[in-house]
Ligand binder design. Structure first.
Ligand code: ARG
Length: 474
């Protein structure tokens, strides 16, 4: 290769990497090792990182002001080309970094060749991913907040709507639909907390670690961190280029989001089943069947339940990617991007569609009520009533079990027994039976049951409204 390498030959692997190589890279290897088709997604963050690096180099006198201004001009043009879709991505140039650098050199000449002073693609790519992921995390935090707002709107509307609460998928106690939805508001709030926390460890600057050991130039890493909005710099160069904990942590937090989405999906599917009939989802979120004209299927929640597996898979990919890697950078790391991109895309799209979908939930209160009236949902309330009249809880529990058994035989509800029948059904002593008085009927109603759970975290409509107000003020 001649001493005067032309700009277009820079990093061109058809021509070979450098004078060291005696033959060009095999086509197969070129395709196998290239990442440009997916990592071009990092382009604008790569440019931002390069601009900050170049500015620091010029401030430190490592490159001239003229070089910096040429680099700036060139990178701005490349940015416009990328945004306009006219930038020509070349497989020969392997990845986003080499594509942009080669174009820069073809645009501005020598200054372009100076950009890579004091850095390596190893610290460059780690910086790019962190910048990119930070922006995605910010979007996810907003998307989680929007979803919570959507859920709060429905919860407010249905603060006093009663349905059965289940344990073991058996009717347990009456609850309010607003309260049920607030459970998900809590989950998605914790998810946002985890994103905020993960962001702290994402927001550290690897640049300056260079290939692995640092660099011999008088760089100023804190300045680059400041220019790029990083909270701090990564303090060990080997760790800086090889650490992907932040991506794993992100995927773990993303997996929890999807797990919550999947639980909600399972409930939506179940509630919409004609056998349950608690809700309807707006038609625009459902699909029909190609053969059965009567069908309206909740495809969106089902698909979200399925996509949860993808995100768990992304987490497993990254954990496995890292487990056998010695320090410092290894090419394995190039495999970090697609799972990470996939996790972000899946979570963001899912949150967006769920935010719209939950607002299209219409409830069928009469079906919820009918279901809550089956299965002796107020049995615990009767036991609590007896306890308040002085019976020990275990005895009260036993007495109510007797009454439930009688009702099961009679095929009726506790509330259907008159006072004398109810007293007798408890199998309590004659004296203890007198503890049950006419006021018992209130605690056996669904409304009485939910209203009685009137403490922080309880299902009473009053508490639900107070919780909603608290969430909204946050
Ligand atoms: N495309 C590479 C990646 O994604 C960039 C870093 C390449 N570094 C190297 N030494 N081969 O990780």
């Amino acid at each position: 290769m001649s001493h005067q390498t032309s700009n277009s030959q820079l990093h061109n692997k058809s021509a070979g990497w450098s004078a060291l190589f005696s033959e060009p890279m095999s086509e197969l290897v070129k395709r196998y090792t290239a990442s440009v088709f997916f990592d071009k997604r990092l382009a604008l963050f790569d440019i931002a990182g390069s601009l900050a690096h170049a500015q620091m180099l010029s401030e430190q006198g490592i490159v001239s002001n003229q070089d910096f201004s040429d680099i700036q001009r060139g990178l701005e043009q490349i940015k416009s080309e990328i945004q306009a879709g006219t930038f020509e991505w070349q497989l020969d140039l392997e990845d986003v970094h080499l594509n942009i650098e080669a174009r820069l050199t073809s645009l501005v000449g020598m200054a372009g060749k100076r950009l890579h002073t004091g850095r390596s693609r190893n610290d460059q790519v780690a910086t790019d991913i962190r910048l990119w992921l930070r922006a995605q995390i910010d979007d996810i935090i907003v998307a989680l907040s929007n979803l919570r707002t959507g859920l709060l709107d429905v919860a407010e509307r249905e603060a006093a709507t009663i349905l059965p609460g289940f344990t073991h998928l058996q009717v347990a106690q009456p609850i309010t639909f607003g309260h049920h939805l607030l459970a998900y508001v809590n989950m998605f709030a914790r998810d946002a907390e985890r994103m905020v926390d993960t962001r702290k460890r994402v927001n550290r600057l690897p640049l300056g670690a260079a290939a692995l050991a640092g660099t011999t130039y008088p760089i100023k890493r804190e300045r680059v961190a400041e220019l790029l909005g990083f909270d701090e710099v990564c303090t060990n160069s080997l760790d800086a280029v090889s650490d992907r904990d932040f991506a794993i942590e992100f995927c773990a937090a993303a997996s929890l989001i999807m797990m919550h989405i999947s639980r909600l999906s399972e409930e939506l599917v179940n509630w919409m089943s004609p056998r349950v009939g608690f809700i309807d989802l707006a038609d625009r979120f459902c699909t029909g069947s190609s053969i059965m004209p009567q069908k309206k299927n909740p495809d969106v929640p089902e698909l979200a339940r399925g996509k949860t597996g993808r995100v768990y898979g992304d987490l497993m990919s990254l954990l496995t990617l890292m487990k056998g890697q010695p320090l410092a950078y290894n090419k394995d790391n190039q495999e970090d991007k697609e799972p990470l991109f996939d996790a972000v895309d899946t979570v963001l799209e899912t949150l967006l569609i769920f935010t719209e979908m939950v607002q299209g939930i219409t409830v069928k209160p009469e079906n919820m009520r009918a279901a809550a009236l089956q299965g002796f949902a107020t049995a615990t309330d009767l036991a609590d009533y007896l306890v308040k009249k002085g019976l020990p809880f275990r005895d009260a529990h036993e007495a109510v079990a007797h009454a439930v058994k009688i009702c099961t035989h009679k095929k009726c509800d506790l509330a259907d027994l008159n006072l004398a029948e109810l007293r007798a059904a408890t199998d309590l002593s004659a004296e203890q039976q007198t503890l049950i008085e006419a006021d018992v009927s209130h605690c056996l109603t669904l409304e009485g049951s939910v209203a009685a759970r009137n403490h922080v975290g309880g299902t009473a409509p009053e508490q639900v409204r107070a919780e909603i107000a608290k969430w909204r003020s946050q």
